[in-house]
Ligand binder design. Structure first.
Ligand code: COA
Length: 258
C-alpha cells in the first residue's frame, strides 16, 4: 500500500490517505489501497476504532481524480462509480466505528468518503462540498444517497445543485459534521473520541453500529426487531457480565472484548 498509511495505537487506528501533491485525490491506486487497508482493519482484533484523514494540511480528499475521469466513456463512468461505491460501502459496513477527521478540502468524492464514515469532526479550515455539477457530472460515490439522509433533502439539493463549497461552521450548523475544532487540535481531539469508543465494550459498540446502520435502511418495526436481537446477543458476552458487575461494585469495568 503506497498511498495509504496505517498507524495503530491503543485500540485506535489512524488511516491517512497519502497523495498530498494531488490534494489526496482518489485515483484507482488510492481506492485499491484504501480497499486493502480496510480489509486489514476489519480483520484486526486490536483495532476498536478507526480515524480516516488526509495527508498534509490542505486537504482531506479533494475529490475523485478529474484527470482520470476526463476521457471516460459511459461504461467506464459506470464502472468508476461502482468501484468507488464498493469501497465506501466497506467503510460503512466496517465492524469498527469510523470517524472522519476532516483536515481541509473534502470535495466531491472526498465529501462522499467523509459521509461513508460514521461521523465527522472538522478542522476550522475544512471546506466541504459536492462540486460535481461545476464539472458537468452528478455525484457518483453515494453523495445523492448519503447527503439527504444526513442533512435532509433540501440542504442536500442546495449543495448538490449549486456545487457551492461550504465552510466548517456551516457544515456543523446543517449537521454535516458533528463538531469543529481548531486545526492544530484536530487529530488530538478526534483520537480522544476514538479512544473513548475503543475503551467501551467492543462487541456492544459493533452491534450498536450495525443496529444504527439497519435503522437507516429499514422501517422502524424491522429495525426494532433487529435491535432486540443485538441487545439479546450482548447477554452472551463476558463484557456484559463485567460491565454490569463493575457498575454494581462501583468500579470501572475491565472489558476483554469477548
Ligand atoms: N483531481 C485531480 N487532481 C486534483 C484534484 C482532483 N479532484 N484536486 C486537486 N488536484 C490537483 C491539482 O490539479 C493540482 O495539481 P498540479 O499541481 O499538478 O497542477 C494539485 O492537486 C493542487 O491543486 P490546485 O488546484 O493547484 O490547488 P488550489 O489551492 O488552487 O485549489 C481546490 C484547491 C481544492 C479548490 C482545487 O484543487 C479544486 O477545485 N479541485 C477539484 C475539486 C473538485 O471539483 N472535486 C470534485 C471532483 S468530482
Amino acid at each position: 500500500m503506497q498511498l495509504i498509511k496505517l498507524e495503530k495505537e491503543n485500540g485506535v487506528c489512524v488511516l491517512t490517505i497519502d497523495r498530498p501533491q494531488a490534494l489526496n485525490a482518489l485515483n484507482r491506486e488510492v481506492l485499491d489501497d484504501l480497499s486493502a487497508a480496510l480489509d486489514l482493519v476489519a480483520g484486526d482484533p486490536d483495532i476498536n476504532a478507526l480515524v480516516i484523514t488526509g495527508a498534509g494540511d490542505r486537504a482531506f480528499v479533494a475529490g475523485a481524480d478529474i484527470a482520470v475521469m476526463q476521457p471516460m466513456s459511459v461504461s467506464e463512468g459506470r464502472d468508476w462509480a461502482l468501484m468507488g461505491q464498493r469501497v465506501f460501502r466497506k467503510i460503512e459496513d466496517l465492524p469498527q466505528p469510523v470517524i472522519a477527521a476532516v483536515n481541509g478540502y473534502a470535495l466531491g468524492g472526498g465529501c462522499e468518503l467523509a459521509m461513508a464514515c460514521d461521523f465527522r469532526i472538522a478542522s476550522d479550515r475544512a471546506k466541504l462540498g459536492q462540486p460535481e455539477v461545476t464539472l458537468g457530472i452528478t455525484t457518483g460515490y453515494g453523495g445523492s444517497q448519503r447527503l439527504p439522509r444526513l442533512i435532509g433533502p433540501a440542504w442536500a439539493k442546495q449543495m448538490i445543485f449549486t456545487g457551492d463549497v461550504i465552510d466548517a461552521a456551516t457544515a456543523e450548523r446543517i449537521g454535516l459534521v458533528n463538531m469543529v475544532v481548531p486545526a492544530a487540535e484536530l487529530m488530538a481531539r478526534t483520537k480522544e473520541i476514538a479512544s473513548r469508543i475503543a475503551s467501551r465494550g467492543r462487541i456492544a459498540v459493533r452491534l450498536a453500529k450495525s443496529a444504527i446502520n439497519r435503522a437507516m435502511d429499514s422501517d422502524i418495526a424491522t429495525g426494532s426487531m433487529y435491535e432486540a436481537e443485538v441487545f439479546a446477543e450482548c447477554f452472551a458476552t463476558l463484557d456484559q457480565k463485567e460491565g454490569m458487575k463493575a457498575f454494581l461494585e462501583k468500579r470501572k469495568p475491565s472489558f476483554t472484548g469477548r
